[in-house]
Design a protein around this ligand. Structure first.
Ligand SMILES: Cc1cc2nc3c(=O)[nH]c(=O)nc-3n(C[C@H](O)[C@H](O)[C@H](O)COP(=O)(O)OP(=O)(O)OC[C@H]3O[C@@H](n4cnc5c(N)ncnc54)[C@H](O)[C@@H]3O)c2cc1C
Length: 200
């Protein structure tokens, strides 16, 4: 585990402001993440899971605990038929690109929303009434003791830009998507380009 002390957070967020994390780990696999959580528990440190930092503002005082960013294995993506499993550290843009090139439709409304799969699930990111929670089948999380749990869509209490994950001290590690449809890559791409133009 590559533990950093007093790591500046500003360059890890969109707004590029704020102070350092007392401790910081970029966890590349499950064991590193478990080790990081054990370190936080042993030292009674609060934990903050950081996605792409597109929806947070870091205080000038920094964060007095352990900030964990998911990299490496947590940026994986697996497609089986019309189902996608995505790592929490994967960029949403990458998820959309791969869904499109595999002719899977349903996620296009997320075009242009910055961030990671983990951040999107926690925030139930979306546009208007269309939100990522509608497409979630399950979410795998680790609790503060490093124990893995699978939460189903109904357990996640998705609402407008919220889910139960905003209140619970879990690190989201992976999400399973359902309700995607086979379509035509070119049509999906056109829809995404149109949405991006509108957003810009
Ligand atoms: C220009 C711009 C446009 C935007 N447009 C939209 C929009 O149209 N719709 C919309 O919904 N949002 C929008 N947002 C907000 C933002 O993109 C979303 O909230 C996004 O889902 C946040 O993802 P992130 O990875 O950046 O999360 P972060 O900002 O890093 O974190 C957000 C929250 O999620 C938690 N979190 C992140 N990853 C994990 C994890 N692995 N485990 C546990 N908790 C985690 C963090 O602890 C934090 O509480 C926009 C932001 C910007 C800057």
């Amino acid at each position: 585990m590559d533990l950093k002390k007093n790591k500046p957070l500003k360059n890890l967020t969109t707004f590029r402001i704020g102070g350092p994390a007392k401790y910081f780990v970029a966890a590349s696999d499950l064991q590193e993440l478990k080790d990081a959580l054990a370190f936080a528990k042993k030292n009674k440190l609060p934990v903050f899971a950081l996605g792409a930092g597109s929806n947070i503002l870091v205080s000038d005082r920094g964060f007095p605990g352990l900030v964990i960013k998911l990299v490496g294995d947590f940026r994986g993506l697996d497609i089986s038929g019309i189902k996608i499993t995505a790592g929490a550290g994967l960029r949403v843009s990458e998820l959309l690109r791969t869904a499109c090139s595999n002719s899977l439709s349903g996620l296009e409304f997320m075009t242009g929303i910055p961030g990671t799969v983990g951040g999107a699930v926690v925030m139930n990111a979306g546009v208007g009434k269309a939100a990522i929670g509608h497409l979630i089948s399950w979410v795998d999380v680790l609790d503060g003791k490093g124990k893995r749990h699978r939460l189903r869509q109904k357990d996640l209490e998705f609402g407008y830009r919220r889910s139960i994950l905003r209140k619970r001290k879990y690190v989201v590690i992976e999400a399973g998507f359902k309700a995607l449809k086979k379509s035509n890559s070119e049509e999906i791409r056109k829809r995404m380009n149109g949405l991006m133009k509108k957003r810009l």
